[in-house]
Ligand binder design. Structure first.
Ligand code: SAH
Length: 575
């Protein structure tokens, strides 16, 4: 819940505006000091339409710790700035300021050092991977070292898909202060150090009916403790399906906030374990519950073999982290046609893979320490393989493509190589066809086909058959890759096939460099365009089509209204 607090009429009206637009907002319509006090205790974040100074005075007596306090954002009377005042990271105030800025059109003023320098903040580092900070860690000292450029070492037991780390950070198997440690092992680090507990451990649990929760917990704690493992690294408890409702297991998991997962007995039975038991198989249908459940669902090794108490068994496995691959569509060119999600994915990635020109397009977004694997045109297979290999090694990889990364782009070659051992996320982008259509009017109002005229990967006979099918089906057609220096006759041939089935006045839109500085948009007809430079002495060189263009050919119902290309939604619609 986001609390809204205001003192003046202008502030109240801004608060009312947000309250109306945000379903999670609550307007505290009472004297400002009381309102702020109440919002502070009741909300996750507070937007305060009040001077920063006045807010600071009111907030001072309320301040607790930065991990528990809500984030507070102040907005000035003229709605020019949204200033996170407390709780920038853990309290979410920086993110809330961005939200306020988007809603009210003001500018976020971010003053937390790491954000300004593009360096990850230690209190939220790895939070999206489930990392927890070991209490007593020295965030302030290590954070200061990180920012000041003095050497900081990272000790990580495994490769996690981390955000980029600046050049003064190096990995080191020897813990050296100032230190960032990512480990599930109980260690005595040199100081200053921040120890992150990744969710790498899965505790498999079995119990007979009526097993007391305290007994289960004792067994888990002893197992972890004797193996030198931190309970903060327990990602979840796992058991066999039929024990999911066993009260002792449920209560043990609940008391520590550990999620509880259940696996089918036949699935557990298929997992090789060191200590199977025929007695257990006879009872629940799998020779192992604790060991198999600990190992289930990933690349895992058993770090604590089955331990038994009177009513319970536990085993602990360490799971290898999964790298991820994000397919990021950059849109047709203009920065404001790239989605915020695409920018966030690029900022977050530890490794960015793409064509040199795409990487250049987003270079300002790359954080210090981002590893860039750029290559020239034509090296598609190599780029796809490099991206998948980096994700397989455990990194957070962003594979860039123009438009949408899955449309005539890197998505399919990459996923053809990617196994189930990595996570894949697609970030859709505005394709060239959509960007061109928006410039032309509404040419895609009814069924449409996109056809690439490049015979590099597809034999021309196949392309020709598809053009004929589109002609027969009366589809609007967007041609990608329409013409290059070495492929100069294909477009003419394709247009002739369409012209045979469509009237000469069928509108044709040619869009070159959509949304880029050299953008050119031309609307013509099939007859005029097909004439081409060879037949038409009046040929307009503006019709020049190249590899940076798309050509949109209307269907039999497409027409031009006030200079715009329109394809009606259907015969039953007026237009
Ligand atoms: N993934 C891209 C397509 C890549 S194929 C997408 O989703 O749009 C490359 C072809 O896309 C080019 O030959 C050209 O036909 C088209 N194209 C890409 N960007 C374009 C732009 N800004 N304007 C016009 N056509 C573009």
């Amino acid at each position: 819940m986001i609390g809204l607090v205001a003192a003046t009429a202008a502030g109240r009206s801004a608060a009312a505006e947000l309250a109306q637009r945000w379903s999670d907002a609550r307007d505290y319509d009472e004297p400002v000091a009381a309102a702020l006090r109440r919002a502070w205790t009741e909300c996750d974040g507070v937007v305060c339409f009040l001077a920063v100074g006045a807010s600071v005075r009111l907030l001072a007596p309320l301040l607790g710790t930065k991990t528990t306090d809500p984030g507070v954002v102040c907005v000035d009377e003229a709605r020019r700035f949204a200033v996170p005042v407390v709780g920038g990271h853990a309290g979410g105030a920086n993110a809330l300021a961005a939200r306020v800025a988007a809603a009210l059109g003001c500018e976020p003023v971010i003053t937390t050092a790491s954000d300004a320098a593009g360096i990850p903040a230690l209190d939220t580092f790895g939070a999206d991977l489930g990392f927890r900070v070991e209490p007593g860690s020295d965030q302030a000292a290590v954070g200061a070292a990180l920012l000041s450029g003095t050497p900081v070492t990272v000790l990580a037991d495994a490769t996690w898909p981390l955000p980029p780390l600046p050049a003064n950070v190096s990995t080191d198997p020897e813990p050296t202060a100032p230190l960032i440690a990512i480990t599930d092992r109980l260690i005595e680090p040199p100081r200053p150090a921040v120890v992150y507990r990744p969710p790498s451990l899965v505790v498999g649990v079995g119990a007979s009916r009526g097993a007391p929760a305290a007994e289960v917990l004792d067994l888990v704690d002893d197992a972890l403790n004797e193996a030198g493992l931190s309970p903060l690294s327990v990602g979840h408890l796992a058991t066999v399906d039929v024990k999911l409702a066993e009260p002792g297991i449920v209560a043990a998991a609940g008391s520590r906030g550990w999620p509880l997962a259940g696996h089918a007995a036949d699935r557990l039975a298929a997992i090789a374990v060191p200590n199977p038991s025929e007695v257990v198989r006879a009872a629940v249908g799998t020779p192992s519950v604790a060991e198999a459940a600990a190992l289930a669902g990933g690349r895992a090794e058993l770090v604590v073999a089955k331990r038994v108490s009177r009513h319970a068994t536990v085993a602990v496995a360490r799971h290898a982290p999964r790298g991820w691959l994000t397919l990021v569509g950059l849109g047709p060119g203009a920065r404001d046609l790239m989605t915020p999600r695409a920018s966030a994915a690029i900022v977050r990635a530890g490794v960015v893979v793409g064509l040199d020109s795409y990487v250049d397009q987003v270079r300002d977004l790359l954080r210090p320490g981002t590893r860039v694997l750029a290559s020239g045109l034509g090296a598609e297979e190599k780029r796809a393989a490099a991206a998948v290999a980096a994700a397989r090694d455990g990194h957070a990889v962003a594979l860039l493509g123009s438009g949408d990364a899955g449309v005539y782009a890197m998505g399919s070659p990459a996923l053809a190589l990617a196994g189930a051992d990595i996570d894949v996320v697609g970030v859709p982008g505005v394709t060239a066809a959509l960007a061109a259509a928006a410039l032309l009017g509404a040419p895609l109002g009814h069924d449409a086909a996109t056809i690439s005229l490049s015979d590099l990967h597809t034999p021309w006979e196949v392309i020709e058959r598809r053009v004929e099918a589109a002609a027969a089906g009366d589809f609007v057609v967007t041609f990608y890759n329409p013409r290059s220096r070495d492929r100069d006759w294909q477009l003419g041939k394709a247009l002739a096939l369409l012209a045979a089935a469509r009237h000469p006045q069928t509108p044709v839109g040619i869009v070159r460099e959509a949304s880029r500085p050299e953008q050119r948009v031309l609307l013509t007809t099939l007859a005029e365009f097909s004439a081409g430079p060879d037949c038409d002495p009046e040929y307009d060189p503006a019709y020049d089509v190249d590899m940076r263009s798309v050509v949109v050919v209307g269907s039999s119902t497409s027409h031009v209204v006030a200079g715009r290309m329109v394809t009606p939604r259907g015969y039953r619609w007026q237009s």
